[in-house]
Design a binder for this molecule. Structure first.
Ligand SMILES: NC(=O)c1ccc[n+]([C@@H]2O[C@H](COP(=O)([O-])OP(=O)(O)OC[C@H]3O[C@@H](n4cnc5c(N)ncnc54)[C@H](OP(=O)(O)O)[C@@H]3O)[C@@H](O)[C@H]2O)c1
Length: 239
């Protein structure tokens, strides 16, 4: 199976985060030119170091996904410079849980919708004119198991992730027949440093690793997955 991205350009939004970093490194490993958005300079510097010999193929852009004009300008610059975009992965997101709905502040709901729903919307709107013109490209939006498994105490998070899946599902309908593929993935708890710190007594071995999920994302972005469109793929592992 060929999942090489040699000569291709991948955009990883949130590409320095717990999962995003693994996705960025995996694309680099497979030969892609990788454009990442980040907010904190030190995280981008750390990614550059981790990229080692591939660092020359890495390009960082400080972009706040809530600023639509900045996102549009970033995408248009990327197009001017590279002339193509083959894979677009949105790993931007946030979590709020452990609180009952009647104790939840409205601003938390707004924050969840902004990070988990509007991020994918803004990014997709910015890249789609190019992808449609190319007649080619793959979008993967990272949702969560919570999109389909609505646990107590996570109403805002679950609703925002469910809406993100619905958004991508409908977009998949919009792009049918265009050559542009759109899919979501649904991770459960990922083995990130932040989760280890937040849940020190958990069984870390039962959590899928960011690198394992990154491989699924690369597969979805590759031509090997050209028959997969409009899916919301669980990546929970089997433990
Ligand atoms: N970790 C899990 O267990 C888990 C489980 C299920 C689903 N997910 C989903 O998987 C995705 C990645 O999770 P993660 O654990 O890698 O999260 P993370 O480490 O917090 O990474 C999220 C990334 O998004 C960036 N970001 C946040 N707000 C932004 C904004 N307004 N503009 C631009 N970038 C922004 C963050 O930048 P800063 O670091 O600068 O804030 C960070 O790079 C998210 O969608 C998350 O909901 C995660």
């Amino acid at each position: 199976m060929n999942i090489s991205f040699s000569g291709k350009v991948a955009l990883v939004a949130g590409g320095t985060g717990g999962l995003g970093r693994a996705v960025s490194l995996a694309f680099l490993e497979e030969g892609a030119r990788v454009l990442v958005t980040y907010r904190r300079e030190e995280e981008y510097t750390a990614l550059q170091s981790a990229a080692g010999p591939h660092a020359a193929a890495l390009e960082g852009h400080r972009v706040d996904i809530t600023e639509e004009l900045t996102v549009a300008a970033f995408v248009s610059d990327a197009l001017a410079q590279h002339g193509r975009l083959d894979a677009v992965v949105n790993t931007i997101g946030g979590y709020a849980g452990g609180i009952k709905l009647w104790e939840l502040e409205t601003r938390v709901l707004d924050a969840m919708l902004l990070l988990n729903l509007r991020s994918g919307f803004t990014l997709a709107r910015a890249v789609l004119p190019l992808l449609l013109k190319q007649g080619y490209g793959s979008i993967v939006n990272v949702a969560a198991k919570a999109a389909v498994d609505h646990a107590a105490g996570a109403s805002a998070y679950a609703a925002s992730k469910a809406a993100a899946v619905a958004l991508m599902d409908s977009l998949a309908g919009d792009t049918r027949g265009t050559g542009v593929r759109v899919n979501s993935i649904l991770p459960s708890i990922i083995d990130t440093p932040a989760n280890r710190q937040a849940m020190p007594n958990a069984d870390f071995a039962s959590w899928p690793k960011p690198e394992e999920i990154a491989q699924v994302i690369l597969f979805l972005c590759s031509d090997a997955a050209k028959t997969i469109h409009g899916a919301a793929l669980p990546v929970y592992g089997n433990r």
